[in-house]
Design a binder for this molecule. Structure first.
Ligand SMILES: *Cc1c(COP(=O)(O)O)cnc(C)c1O
Length: 395
């Protein structure tokens, strides 16, 4: 069968919620993907910031295979060994205290919202708590996560959403303060906004939010689903700001392709929020997903990936800045580590992304005017040079 037939049959059977690019991927090796026609693509999208290790990592694949041969699923009614290992490693990397594994980023957000509401409920017994979220944020598509996603376009048809959400402007502390009431239980934000267009939090903004939260005993929820797991040059982006969340959400690169997310609590929140009966999941934290997470942490250490990001990212920044200098329709670069965006003015981003694909380069868009670069974390300077070359062809 050729690509065209695969695509047609897929569209016959799969609900049309994505306008997919016309390519059918079959396999991957390192930072390259190959489609069913045998064409190779340099991948600077990593399945939306997921495949940090690159494709075809033998040790990762062997760990999954060996777990499959032992046991894939047990449910949370019982203990399993990979759950213990994965949780310990996530606790260590984050310096936080308690982990709840989910099957996706969206579910991690749901859990974080529930934990925050329960914490506030135990404090004052009220049932009308509010959450402050940011405009242009993205936290997922379920009703709870969508309710804190600051994009009216995604929300409109699905109202009424979860109540008690107020929106403020990212990187504008006064606008956040203006939304605080005696009912505020949490402030949720991405440390680096991803889908909204690659906006890193300003240090003063994040510090100000932390202080505000401390003063009023409001919980700070940092969504590290896209910017976490080494992508910005530290395990989690907030670790570069000297502030610590009360709850962190994690997913995407956490399992490097095996669907898994987590919300992670500090001691204060863990001690006084969710208890048996409050929250659960059939799959969450299952042995297969946790074997992936556990191996991902091991391989990050073995490959010294976080340090590698710190070494290679300045080169990517320099090259992208070069493009901004060279091309009039590029108006700037934003980002942190290997999470970068080029701001495009006066040309449709979608066309550049499409043209790049034709030229064997995968980049993705973010917001309405940004080309996003979220490559596997193993990329080298040579990969960056090749990416720039193919991107310039696409321009
Ligand atoms: C992708 C993403 C989510 C949603 O995660 P899913 O795994 O798609 O449910 C939430 N927040 C951020 C910041 C994301 O990038």
């Amino acid at each position: 069968m050729n690509s065209k037939e695969y695509m047609e049959r897929t569209e016959q059977a799969v609900l049309h919620t994505y306008n997919r690019f016309p390519v059918v991927f079959e396999k991957g090796e390192g930072v390259y993907l190959t489609d069913v026609e045998g064409k190779k693509y340099l991948d600077f999208g990593a399945g939306i910031a997921v495949f940090a290790l690159g494709y075809g990592n033998r040790e990762y694949e062997d760990a999954l295979k060996s777990q499959i041969e032992k046991i894939i699923h047990t449910s949370n009614l019982y203990y399993n060994v990979p759950l213990m290992e994965a949780a310990e490693k996530l606790v260590k990397a984050s310096g936080m205290d308690k982990v709840f594994f989910t099957n996706s980023g969206t579910e991690a957000i749901e859990g974080a919202i529930k934990a925050a509401r329960k914490y506030a409920y135990l404090k004052d017994g009220r049932t009308d708590h509010e959450i402050i979220a940011m405009n242009h944020s993205f936290h997922g598509r379920s009703i709870g996560a969508l309710s804190v996603t600051g994009n009216p376009h995604y929300q409109e048809a699905f109202r009424p959403l979860m109540g008690g959400v107020r929106f403020a402007d990212f990187n504008d502390l006064e606008s956040v303060k203006a939304q605080v009431t005696e009912r505020t239980c949490a402030i949720i934000l991405e440390t680096v906004q991803g889908e909204g267009g690659i906006y890193p939090a300003d240090p003063e903004f994040l510090e100000g939010i932390r202080t505000l939260c401390d003063e009023k005993d409001i919980l700070l929820i940092l969504d590290e689903i896209q910017c976490g797991m080494g992508r910005t040059g530290s395990w989690f982006a907030w670790q570069q700001y000297g502030v610590k969340p009360d709850i962190m959400t994690c997913a995407k690169a956490l399992g490097c392709g095996v669907p898994v997310g987590a919300f992670v609590l500090n001691e204060k929140t863990a001690e006084s929020s969710l208890v048996p009966g409050d929250h659960g999941t059939t799959y969450g934290g299952n042995p297969l997903a946790c074997a992936a997470v556990s191996k991902v942490f091991d391989l990050f250490e073995e490959l010294d990936l976080v340090q590698h990001v710190r070494e290679v990212a300045p080169y990517l920044e320099q090259k992208l800045d070069g493009l901004v200098q060279k091309y009039e329709f590029l108006s700037g670069r934003r980002g942190k580590g290997l999470m970068q965006g080029l701001v495009v003015t006066g040309r449709p981003v979608g066309e550049i992304v499409k043209k790049s694909l034709d030229n064997g380069l995968i980049v993705i868009s973010a917001g309405s005017d940004v080309i996003r670069f979220v490559p596997p974390l193993i990329i080298t300077k040579e990969d960056i040079d090749e990416m720039i070359e193919r991107l310039e062809q696409s321009f």
